[in-house]
Design a protein around this ligand. Structure first.
Ligand SMILES: [Fe+2]
Ligand SMILES: [Fe+2]
Length: 246
């Protein structure tokens, strides 16, 4: 009688494949938050609006997409933060960060609007199906508008690699990816971000700013973003009197 071979434990179909790019980025930038190599501007973001006129044609191409989910507020403020972050991290491909940030949420305009608040901002919202859909639709927008504006196929695919997973993938895969993610979070600390996003999450401003401090600041990848967020949060809490109106 032969002895049955000991079965080898299988990782099973649910095991996550290794994210090689994310691991390489984590190894290359092991100090967290990532220290800034350039100047860090922590003044109010309205002091330094996104300034590059070369992006005006891209804005014009996605005006329709800015009319959903507050994108016409969220995207310009995020882009202004992205430009600041690129000055603080001069090793990043700034054009890639800028274009990915400008386009990252345009996909919201191409999903079922009635599900945006009901699914996208409640429960385990980072894993809601509609989150994946808005990322895919954002890639579709990028592939539709960028080639006609002279961007190369390689550049377009790099933009899509950042848009795809910007909310649903827990880790960044490159410095450019990290800066887009931080810019996407930083806008919330500005008073305009607090006004819009607190209503999406059904929270009063005091509760929302507490959540920013306890949940969003620890998610920031770069030290420059932490410094900007902290300064903005102090200003916004004072301005909105969240210590009193609670
Ligand atoms: Fe998003
Ligand atoms: Fe966003």
């Amino acid at each position: 009688m032969s002895t049955p071979k000991t079965p080898v434990a299988s990782a099973g179909p649910t095991a996550e494949p290794a994210d090689v790019l994310a691991e390489a980025f984590a190894a290359a930038y092991s100090v967290r938050p990532v220290p800034a190599a350039g100047p860090v501007d922590t003044t109010a973001i309205c002091n330094t609006p996104a300034a590059l006129e070369e992006l005006d044609a891209l804005w014009k191409a996605v005006v329709q997409e800015t009319r959903t989910r507050g994108n016409d507020i969220h995207l310009p403020i995020s882009l202004a933060f992205a430009e600041r972050l690129c000055r603080a991290y001069p090793d990043a491909d700034a054009e890639l960060v800028r274009v990915a940030t400008l386009l990252h949420d345009t996909g919201w305009a191409h999903v079922d609007e009635s599900r945006i608040i009901s699914e996208g901002f409640s429960g385990d919202w980072r894993k809601a199906a509609i989150r994946y859909e808005h990322e895919q639709q954002g890639c579709n927008v990028a592939r539709r508008v960028l080639p006609g504006l002279g961007y190369s196929p390689d550049f377009v695919e790099h933009v899509c690699e950042i848009i795809d997973g910007h909310d649903t993938r827990p880790v960044a895969r490159s410095l450019e990816d990290a800066l887009m993610r931080d810019a996407d979070r930083l806008w919330r600390f500005d008073r305009a971000g607090i006004a819009l996003a607190s209503s999406w999450f059904g929270m009063d401003p005091a509760t929302y700013t507490e959540r920013l401090a306890t949940e969003i600041v620890p998610e920031l990848i770069t030290q420059a973003a932490v410094d900007m967020a902290t300064a903005d949060l102090n200003r916004s809490n004072a301005l909105l009197k969240t210590g009193v109106i609670r």
